[in-house]
Design a protein around this ligand. Structure first.
Ligand SMILES: [Zn+2]
Length: 172
């Protein structure tokens, strides 16, 4: 019997995870730059100074999941959604380049078009961030059910039973 195959197994690496912390000052400086970019994004764009969810002044968090800027109260409610949104504190967290670019591309104005496309402020009111229950319901309608999203129909048409209906086959 010939034992073919001379594959020298490469074996697993030493297993230095990519998430290992490097105390490099360079890296810290870079993170600082991205944090500043986020703060600039808030001060440069008027729409970004108001919470995307409740409209109150003073944004302290960013919603990385959709690319919006929100207040502290709403950030907590967004975390409680299913699935939870990823929110990060503007002043306490470091941001990656990808996250900052994502925020720059989106921001509250772009998010408004996507998530509040059919939202009419004359007939509907934004929730009060002081009312956690209302806020939660509003966010659930918005993100979990996608009520106001013009790009996603709320109930996608499902074809059931058309054509191949499960009729009983007559036995011969
Ligand atoms: Zn808010």
């Amino acid at each position: 019997m010939a034992a073919g195959g001379g594959g020298a197994g490469p074996g697993a690496g030493p297993g230095g995870g990519p998430g290992a912390r490097r105390g490099s000052a360079n890296r810290d400086a870079e993170a600082e730059v991205w944090c500043r970019r986020v703060r600039e994004l808030v001060s440069a764009v008027p729409a970004n100074r108001l919470c995307f969810e409740c409209g109150q002044r003073g944004v302290t968090y960013v919603d990385i999941s959709v690319g919006s800027l929100v207040c502290t109260g709403c950030s907590g409610a967004l975390r409680g959604l299913n699935p939870p949104h990823r929110v990060k504190s503007i002043s306490m967290t470091t941001f990656t380049e990808a996250e900052v670019l994502f925020l720059q591309e989106h921001g509250n104005e772009a998010c408004r078009r996507v998530w509040l496309g059919t939202f009419d402020p004359r007939t509907s009111l934004l929730p009060d961030s002081c009312d956690p229950q209302k806020l939660k319901e509003f966010l659930q309608e918005k993100y979990e059910k996608k009520r106001c999203d013009p790009l996603t129909p709320p109930t996608p048409p499902t074809r059931m039973g058309s054509g191949g209906s499960p009729m009983l086959c007559p036995l011969f």
